[in-house]
Design a protein. Structure first.
Length: 749
């Protein structure tokens, strides 16, 4: 079956000097849009000799026009959407900004996605790079050793993460335009995107009196449940991450139920994470160090705890799973490049569907998805992040859950205020669940029963979107797979988000974000050097990166449904989505033979560093992109030298002086500043919601702005089963006797 081109007929013009805009355009192309690229100089962390291959990796399939091409004015005039990433700041001393502003006047009727690295308020962008944006967003604060400088994400990773969010905003912009809505300007900013990620993972930290701070190759206090770290093996490293007691019990069983595990408190991974991690680490290190990565991985599959080898880029490229799915594309010259992380299929048959209230006759710019019905069959992070974003944008989200197999996000433990656990039911006092599920409706149905699955199928008949991130086959065994659901509702857009995709030898493995980043090879690139890897356990990028890719495809699927009346199934492999944002490491492996661990270095920008200030644990990220900016650095610091000059000042004073000279610089912000500091408040990063048990709590929301307006949270997460009765009676027409019978038999709560 031919993959559906979800954005077929949509015309996009891309004016992008950085990976953010280029990757946005690539995703729109993969989803079916016709993309015309204006050839402008590239500012990318890539050796000069590889720039030609980089452009092939990011821009193949696009129509390429030079800025003076006579066909460009017509392309802009006909565009439905223009993607730009240098409208206010560039790495060319203003040359690309001037060109971008001139070209935008030729597309007055097109929607615009305007990408920047850093905006301090709703006004213009400030000079910035991926590294200074990561610093301002709180991302760098959590990566590194506690007694060393923070690390930025290497190889422009923040740019690709932003490009992914920009592609989702672009798909929505195209959808709004097609439905008769306005041609809006969508503001997508790297610092906002990264603060959005930090705010979500941070809900596992500060509300529990855990620090969000660098802790080497593990999450701070194991992120609340032991373990969450990289461990050495005889032939490399493995990532192990247990989030629930059952997984930790499996790990202990694999280790032979050692004596230490029977001591009081050592049977609870949450207690171990808070009080005993340093004591247990040597036992676990001894166990893994005596084994190969494959042996530990096999133990994880046997005993049911999440683990994966930390692959190198070379090993990831050669892995049988990606070969099975045909993920990598081979160019005529033999170069291997990341392909598409999506496998798209349409319904087996078309036909009438249950009438939906969406789309409405008039689109509300403040809630463009109002009336859209989403069935949420996901849990933990990546899937709930997609549905939370859809809720932020106005959709109604019905989350299916059940007390007998609760969402692990409800099992992260009680919030702690002033050293005292918050009162309330165990499953209702988890800030992480409140973050990931704000504004949704909760329907408590046991999908493991025949009648429970039938109720869910009936809800799906009137749904516009279904999101799930269960292991392959789990829903099909209950009659809830795409084939069954689309048979009754061909207009359904459904996304299945698994680690490795629906097919292949590793399709069924379990794991969380750091397991994904280990399998993708990302964690082999983050550290101070080959002898001191750090990985990405604190930021845990696999989930939010997968969520951004899924959201872009869902919104594109809705746009495609508007043309043909039928929906689609999106098989998203989240590890492939991580590989997709690492084209330069993949190229460096093939051409140079090795992939350097850059720490805070950069191939094209210098200086490019994170430097200590005179304050305790105070740091400044600074970068110079051009000779003019390097001259500005020299003029500011004089004979003192940059490192010595920064070391003699506060972070605020150093940043103010450097920015005044036009040099990209930012303080390395901690979690609180990233979510609730001056920039965060001005940009509307978080919304304060009032939860029945947690009280007031900030939650971060979808990080885009449309015509200067954000999308605040509609309310807190629901109590478990709070909406069971109104949904089943109002939507399915069940009566009181039906509900009483279902409750008596434990099918609903």
């Amino acid at each position: 079956m031919t993959e559906p081109a979800l954005l077929a007929g949509r015309r996009v013009v891309e004016i992008a000097a950085r990976p953010a805009g280029g990757y946005c355009g690539r995703l729109l192309l993969l989803l079916g849009a016709a993309v015309t690229r204006v050839a402008v100089p590239q500012a990318v962390d890539c050796p000069p000799e590889l720039l030609g291959l980089y452009e092939v990796a990011l821009h193949r399939g696009k129509r390429i026009l030079q800025p003076d091409d006579e066909g460009l004015p017509d392309a802009l005039a006909a565009a439905d959407l223009v993607v730009v990433d240098s409208a206010e700041d560039d790495a060319a001393d203003g040359a690309v900004v001037d060109l971008t502003q001139r070209l935008l006047t030729l597309a007055p009727d097109a929607a615009t996605v305007d990408i920047a690295d850093l905006r301090e308020d709703l006004g213009a962008a400030v000079p910035a790079t991926a590294s200074t944006a990561a610093a301002a967003a709180g991302m760098s604060w959590g990566i590194g050793d506690p007694d060393r400088e923070p690390l930025t994400l290497p190889y422009d990773i923040p740019e690709y993460l932003t490009g992914t969010e920009a592609a989702a905003a672009a798909a929505l912009a195209l959808l709004v335009r097609a439905l008769g809505g306005p041609a809006q300007r969508w503001d997508v900013t790297t610092a906002d995107v990264l603060s959005y990620f930090v705010g979500q993972i941070g809900a596992n930290f500060l509300p529990y009196d855990r620090p969000w701070h660098r802790d080497g190759p593990r999450a701070s206090m194991s992120g609340g449940s032991y373990p969450a770290a990289m461990f050495p093996c005889r032939d490399g490293w493995v990532s192990i991450m247990c989030r629930i007691p059952r997984e930790y019990a499996g790990l202990v069983a694999a280790m032979g139920d050692p004596d230490w595990s029977r001591r009081p408190g050592f049977d609870d991974p949450r207690v171990v994470a808070r009080l005993h991690a340093d004591e247990v680490d040597p036992h676990l290190i001894a166990w893994t160090s005596a084994r190969t990565r494959d042996e530990v991985f096999a133990a994880g599959r046997k005993h049911g705890f999440p683990v994966a080898p930390v692959l190198t880029i070379a090993e990831a490229m050669e892995h049988e799973q990606f070969a099975h799915r045909g993920f990598f594309d081979t160019m005529p010259d033999g170069t291997v490049l990341p392909g598409s992380p999506y496998r798209l299929t349409g319904p087996a048959a078309s036909g009438a569907t249950t009438p939906s209230s969406w789309p409405p006759a008039t689109i509300d710019p403040a809630a463009p998805l109002a009336g859209l019905r989403v069935l949420d069959l996901s849990w933990v992070w990546s899937g709930p992040m997609v549905t939370a974003a859809l809720r932020d944008l106005g959709a109604q989200v019905i989350k299916i859950e059940h007390r007998g197999r609760a969402d692990p996000a409800r099992l992260r433990g009680r919030a702690i205020r002033g050293g005292v656990p918050v009162d309330g039911p165990e499953l209702e006092v988890t800030p992480y669940f409140n973050q990931m599920n704000h504004g949704k409706r909760s329907v408590a149905v046991d999908m493991g029963t025949t009648e429970g699955a039938m109720l869910i199928r009936r809800i799906a008949e009137s749904a516009d979107v279904v999101v799930e991130n269960m292991r392959p086959g789990a829903l099909e065994r209950r009659g809830l797979g795409y084939a069954e659901l689309s048979g009754a509702n061909p207009a359904l857009v459904m996304v299945s988000m698994t680690m490795m995709g629906q097919t292949g030898p590793l399709a069924g493995i379990r794991g969380y974000a750091p397991v994904m980043s280990g399998l993708a090879g990302l964690d082999s690139l983050v550290g101070y050097g080959p002898d001191r890897l750090i990985g990405t356990f604190n930021p845990a990028l696999g989930d939010p990166n997968g969520a951004g890719h899924a959201l872009a495809a869902v919104l594109a699927g809705l746009a495609g449904r508007g043309r043909g009346g039928t929906g689609c199934h999106i098989d998203l492999a989240q590890v492939e989505a991580l590989l997709s944002i690492m084209p330069v490491p993949i190229l460096r492996r093939q051409v140079n033979g090795t992939v350097p661990i850059p720490a805070n270095g950069h191939s094209a920008f210098h200086p490019h560093a994170i430097l200590p200030t005179r304050e305790a644990d105070g740091w400044v990220a600074v970068a110079a992109r051009t000779d003019l900016e390097r001259s500005a650095v020299d003029a500011v610091v004089g004979e003192e030298g940059l490192a010595a000059w920064v070391a003699g000042r506060t972070a605020g004073d150093a940043v103010q002086a450097l920015r005044a000279a036009g040099v990209p610089a930012a303080e390395v912000a901690g979690y609180t500043a990233a979510v609730a500091g001056k920039r965060a408040v001005a940009r509307g990063v978080a919304t304060t919601v009032t939860h029945p048990y947690l009280g007031e709590q900030p939650v971060v929301t979808v990080p885009w702005k449309a015509d200067g307006r954000g999308f605040p949270a509609a309310g807190p997460a629901p109590l478990l089963g709070a909406d069971t009765e109104p949904v089943l009676t109002g939507l399915l027409g069940l009566g009181p006797a039906d509900l009483a019978d279902l409750r008596a038999r434990g099918i609903v709560e």
